[in-house]
Design a protein around this ligand. Structure first.
Ligand code: FRU
Length: 922
């Protein structure tokens, strides 16, 4: 704002300066001329103009009255009305002009009277020669020229004008002293040459005796001369006039040419008039009466006067040229000034525009600031939304987790239901009960399938579900799946056919997933088709693209168009009669087919049936590398532990291992779920001693106390988890050798890794087949037995040839036992107690660990170690048997001999004798 104020001030100053310059020009000088028709007046005007040119501020306005007093009065009034700054008047006649000049003067306009006068003293200043004086000068000159005698004709100027009157008076006074000089006649010339020329001859004719013509100005004298020129009398006449004007038609030239005898200089005073006007207007001191000098010009001085006049003329012309140049310079200056004004104005405009631009920039910056703030607000809002979305994701995740955990929870009870049902089906029960049991089993399996589908969903949602495709004959695969339904079709009298013209077609697909999809579609078809209906499973090469079409068609209940449109939506519940499993199964099927880059669709009409179509692409180009696996039969293994899709595990052909085993091994079962614990205990007790613990902490105590042969523990338990228990057990010398089997509902690879890291020997996911668990438990115990056999075959611990190297802690334990025994081997009191004391363990723990690892007690180990060392001494030293017996810690040589004999089937003395005999023979 301050900047704009400065610009405004600058502009004001600028225009003020311009207007100041203009004010200098505003002086108007009005000049009323009686006539502009003669050379003298023209010379006067020219002089004034020349002088004005030095004062450009003066505007000189000239009005020509053309010898009319009335006209002149009119002009002066106009100047008064115009409020000119100064008025110059040369009155045509004194009388008529006086009032209007007084009027101007009284109106406050400075008035300069020039040449001729008024009858009043109401004027500011006067410029002109003294006409009486020059008249008198002329009279005296003429008297001398005529030698005091002669007749004169006087040619008058305008009679009402003061110069005419004054010159006449002066002339009369000039010739006063010469009585023989007479004015014999008068010619009214009215200052005009032509009038004098016209009127002179008449007067002259009447006065032939005339010697001299006295005219009030040179022009009238020349007029008179010219009027009688041809008569021959002109040359004898003398002519005298006034003005003495320079130039070709001026009085000087006429004197030079001999036409006039003399002229009296009457200066125009143009220069003086302007100088005086300037002084008056600028309030400078000035003279009121400015009388111009005069002189006579005749044959004696005319030449020099001419030269002077010419010089003056030359100077005037030079001045004019200078003036012209000055005018040009002024014009140039004016142009440049105008240009400067334009430039200055442009500069001002630029500055103003710059200021405006600056202001706009400032405004823009502020707008930008506001925009940035707005942007920040939007970013904050977006972050908030992102945060909310994150929270929503978290909530959703928690929901899904909860959902999955609930599903997990279903698995244990389902396992518990299936277990006894399995048992019941194996036992000798009535046909009716068997039927019931089969129904229970079918529904439990169905429930398990549903739970599994829910788990699969979670995997799909978490993007953890991966395609594991391999090339396989799809025709055969479809037929295999279909065969599971043949019995049901037969039972319900449903016409169920697999239709295909293909004998074999290799397609890359994930058998596990496609099995689930087909199983689901067929289950639905059977569910919604009445007994006696028709179901067709068709496989064909696609007509439209490079792929295979598999369709399942039934003539059952069908779907409405709305139901069909939402058939693959997750949990769509448009129709309350459609079960959750159907909806979930179809939604999951769609995900599975999508994983194959295939399509699944349905066409259906209510009460007429439905046709589901699957389209799978051929080849493997559409699959990623990690989605293709080699057909190693892995899929079969993969399917084996799962209860639901492995029908054979529940087939009626199943016979449990009834072989009674001796209960030589103890299993610790840590499980918080009482039902599952009892279920497992009941079955395990058939072959093992079972110790149970309902919680992790009890489990740990039992483990240290009983040192079992194997531990089965649940993972998810209140208090200590199965993983923590495993870790503690595996890091404790007392229990590190015990195989641990973990049971869990969670089957992600991460959890399996976690289980392995804790040191667990096996990780079984729920729901599990009891038979599978039993087999794995037996396997682990057998493995342990093999280890034991290996250790026990050698007295010393040699780990190099073990079938599976013992765990680090077990090796440490055995080394420590060996070291204690080696060190104290001579001490007969070395026994299980002292060793346990040295190892910082209880006697029972050491006993059980030794028994578990080597299969015999600590005391047996000590005796074996003593005997082994004795044998070594017998072979490699010269000591006698008694000495050796004591050295290896036997309390008496007799006891040593008995023990040695029972171990090596030979007495020490015999062993020694045999050794000596061998040495001798060698
Ligand atoms: C010019 C003139 C001069 C003369 C003067 C008198 O108009 O006639 O010749 O001297 O006027 O006013």
């Amino acid at each position: 704002m301050r900047f704009l104020q400065v610009i405004f001030l600058f502009m004001l100053t600028f225009f003020f300066c311009c207007s100041e310059a203009k004010k200098e020009e505003e002086i108007t000088v009005g000049f009323s001329q009686p006539t502009e028709g003669d050379a003298w007046r023209k010379a006067m005007h020219k002089e004034m103009e020349r002088e004005v040119s030095f004062h450009p501020e003066i505007d000189l306005q000239v009005k020509d009255a053309k010898n009319s007093s009335a006209k002149q009065i009119e002009h002066i009034n106009e100047f008064i009305n115009q409020r000119v700054d100064l008025l110059v008047v040369s009155p045509n006649e004194a009388e008529p002009i006086t009032p209007v000049v007084e009027k101007a003067f009284e109106a406050g306009i400075p008035v300069i009277i020039v040449d001729r006068k008024t009858n009043s003293s109401s004027y500011t200043a006067y410029v002109g020669a003294n006409n009486y004086q020059i008249g008198k000068l002329a009279g005296e000159y003429v008297a001398k020229m005529l030698n005091g005698k002669g007749n004169i004709i006087e040619v008058w100027g305008l009679k009402g004008s003061t110069p005419a009157i004054d010159r006449h008076k002066g002339f009369l006074d000039g010739i006063k002293g010469y009585p023989d000089i007479q004015i014999v006649a008068e010619v009214p010339g009215e200052w005009e040459k032509e009038i004098a020329k016209e009127r002179f001859p008449t007067v002259f004719t009447a006065h032939q005796e005339v010697d001299l013509v006295f005219a009030h100005n040179d022009m009238m004298a020349v007029g008179a001369y010219e009027s009688i020129k041809g008569t021959g009398k002109a040359d004898s006449l003398k002519f005298v006039g006034f003005d003495g004007l320079a130039g070709p038609n001026g009085g000087l030239q006429f004197v030079e040419d001999g036409i006039l005898d003399a002229t009296f200089l009457y200066p125009t005073g143009g220069e003086e008039i302007i100088k005086l006007a300037y002084d008056i207007l600028h309030n400078r001191p000035f003279k009121r009466e400015n009388i111009l000098n005069t002189t006579v010009i005749d044959g004696r001085n005319v030449h020099i006067m001419q030269q002077q006049a010419n010089k003056i003329l030359g100077q005037e012309q030079s001045i004019e040229r200078q003036q012209h140049r000055i005018d040009e310079q002024i014009e140039l200056y004016n142009n440049q000034r105008a240009l400067l004004y334009i430039l200055s104005a442009s500069l001002v405009v630029i500055i103003v525009l710059g200021a405006l631009a600056l202001q706009a920039l400032k405004a823009k910056q502020e707008a930008n600031k506001a925009l940035v703030a707005k942007h920040q607000e939007v970013v904050n809002q977006r972050n908030e939304v992102a945060l909310m979305a994150k929270k929503a994701d978290k909530a959703n995740e928690a929901k899904l987790k909860f959902f999955t955990n609930i599903s997990h929870e279903f698995r244990t009870p389902l396992t518990l239901i299936l277990g006894p049902v399995e048992d019941a089906l194996q036992s000798n029960i009535s046909t009716d009960l068997k039927k019931d049991m089969l129904l229970v089993k079918q529904n439990a399996v169905r429930l398990l399938r549903l739970v599994n589908q829910l788990m699969d969903f979670r995997k799909v949602e978490n993007k953890k579900m991966k395609l594991r495709a391999y090339e396989k004959d799809i025709v055969r695969f479809v037929k295999e799946v279909a065969s599971s339904f043949e019995r049901l079709a037969k039972k319900r009298n449903i016409s169920f056919k697999v239709q295909t013209e293909l004998r074999e077609l290799n397609v890359y697909f994930d058998a596990d997933k496609l099995d689930k999809v087909l199983f689901n579609l067929l289950s639905n078809a059977f569910k919604f088709t009445k007994d006696g209906g028709k179901i067709t499973l068709a496989v064909a090469l696609s007509d439209n693209y490079e792929g295979v079409d598999i369709s399942v068609e039934d003539n059952g209940k069908g779907m409405s168009s709305v139901e069909a449109a939402h058939a693959f939506d997750r949990f769509y519940s448009g129709d309350t009669s459609s079960s959750l499993s159907t909806g979930l199964g179809l939604a999951l099927s769609k995900q599975f087919i999508k994983l194959h880059r295939g399509e699944i669709a349905v066409v259906s009409e209510e009460k007429k049936g439905a046709r589901f179509m699957i389209m799978l692409p051929l080849g493997s180009r559409h699959l990623n590398e990690d989605e293709i696996i080699a057909d190693t039969g892995e899929h079969l293994l993969q399917m084996a532990p799962g209860v639901l899709d492995c029908q054979e595990l529940y087939s009626e052909d199943y016979t449990p291992d009834e072989e009674a085993k001796l209960k030589e091994h103890t299993i610790l079962l840590i499980e918080d779920n009482k039902d599952l614990r009892e279920f497992l205990k009941k079955r395990l007790e058939r072959e093992f001693n079972v110790v149970e613990a309902p919680q992790g902490i009890f489990g740990l105590n039992q483990a240290f106390e009983t040192v079992p042969d194997l531990i089965i523990s649940d993972v998810m338990m209140p208090g200590q988890s199965g993983l923590e228990i495993t870790s503690i057990l595996k890091n404790d010398l007392r229990t590190s050798h015990i195989p641990v089997v973990l049971l869990t509902a969670k089957d992600t690879i991460e959890q399996k890794i976690e289980g392995a890291q804790s040191g667990a020997d096996l990780y079984i996911t729920k729901p599990f087949s009891y038979l599978y668990l039993l087999e794995r438990v037996k396997g682990l115990i057998k493995n342990r037995e093999m280890l034991k056999e290996h250790y026990s075959s050698e007295v010393s611990v040699d780990t190099k040839a073990t079938p599976a190297p013992p765990k680090q802690l077990d090796k440490k334990f055995l080394n420590e036992v060996m070291a204690v025994v080696e060190k104290n081997i001579s001490n007969p009191n070395l026994n299980a107690n002292s060793i346990a004391h040295d190892l910082g363990m209880s006697r029972v723990q050491v006993y059980r660990k030794m028994k578990a690892l080597l299969g015999y007690s600590v005391n047996d180990y000590v005796v074996k170690a003593r005997l082994k060392k004795a044998r070594h001494l017998l072979l490699h030293s010269d000591k006698n048997i008694s000495e050796i017996a004591y050295e290896v810690g036997f309390s008496s040589p007799a006891y040593f001999s008995t023990a040695f004999k029972s171990h090596f089937d030979m007495s020490p003395s015999d062993f020694k004798a045999e050794k000596s005999a061998k040495e001798k023979s060698a």
